[in-house]
Every structure is written in C-alpha cells, then in structure tokens.
Design a binder for this molecule. Structure first.
Ligand SMILES: [Zn+2]
Length: 146
C-alpha cells in the first residue's frame, strides 16, 4: 500500500515538474513582452511629440533609431492560453522580430511580431500592438488588444 503511494507521488511529481517550469517561463516571458511593448509605445509618444503630432510611416523609424530606442527592442516568445491545450508557446522569438503595418488592429493576421497602425485616418493611428489573436496567459485577454 505504502509502496504504491510513493510510486504515485513520484509519478505526479514527474508530471507536474515540467508543467510548473513551463508555466514560470511563460509567465516571465509574458511580463517581459508586456514591458517591451510599453517601452516601444513610450518611444512612439516621444517621437510624436518631436514631430508635432505625426507618427512615423514605418515602425522601423522609431525602433531602429537610437534616439528613441537606445537599446533595440528585445524579443520574447508569445505564450497563450489555448482552449483545450492550456498554456503554450504560440509565436517564437523569430516570429516576434517581424514588423507588420496595418490599417487597423482588427486586421491583425496572427503571424506574430509587432503590428503597427500607420494609417493617419484610422482612430488607432500610431498604435503599436502584438500581432497575435490568441488569448494571453493570465488575464485571458487577446494579445493584440493589450
Ligand atoms: Zn497568436
């Protein structure tokens, strides 16, 4: 009886350990990604001020300019809470190195990377977002709407 209990406990430990580790990595990367998004948005508002009410036509103009981004943006994988599958990585770091320009956040195509609304006629003009339509790990919000 006792022997079985130990075997069962070991089995549970083997099952739970990688999940807990994975959960921690996902939580850390999620926080880092949100912080990075905040830094890019802050750089965008400085640019906007400097240009007297204009955002760049391409996001690269701010991201690649040391005046606005003294350190190039760091990239993190995107983790999501996928129905029926739980927390998993949905976009790799390589995906997150891409930049895509959109007329609206609604057009996000979930290919990963930074999305940027560069249409001056859009109410979302100047908005930088994460090009992911998956649900975010903890708050269960959709990444692009953060
Ligand atoms: Zn996604």
């Amino acid at each position: 009886m006792k022997k079985w209990l130990i075997i069962e406990l070991l089995f549970v430990a083997i099952l739970v350990a990688p999940t807990a580790y994975h959960g921690r990595v996902a939580a850390n990367e999620t926080e880092d990604l949100k912080t990075q998004l905040g830094s890019i948005r802050a750089a965008m508002s400085i640019y906007y001020g400097d240009m007297e009410g204009k955002y760049p036509d391409k996001l690269e103009r701010v991201i690649a300019d040391p005046k606005y981004m003294p350190r190039p943006p760091r990239v993190f994988a995107v983790y999501a809470n996928v129905p029926g599958r739980g927390v998993m990585r949905v976009h790799t770091r390589e995906d997150m190195m891409k930049i895509r320009h959109f007329g609206s956040v609604k057009s996000a195509d979930d290919l990963g990377g930074w999305g940027y609304v560069n249409d001056p006629k859009s109410p979302e003009y100047g908005l930088v977002f994460i090009n992911c339509t998956h649900r975010e790990v903890r708050r269960k919000m959709v990444w692009k709407d953060l």
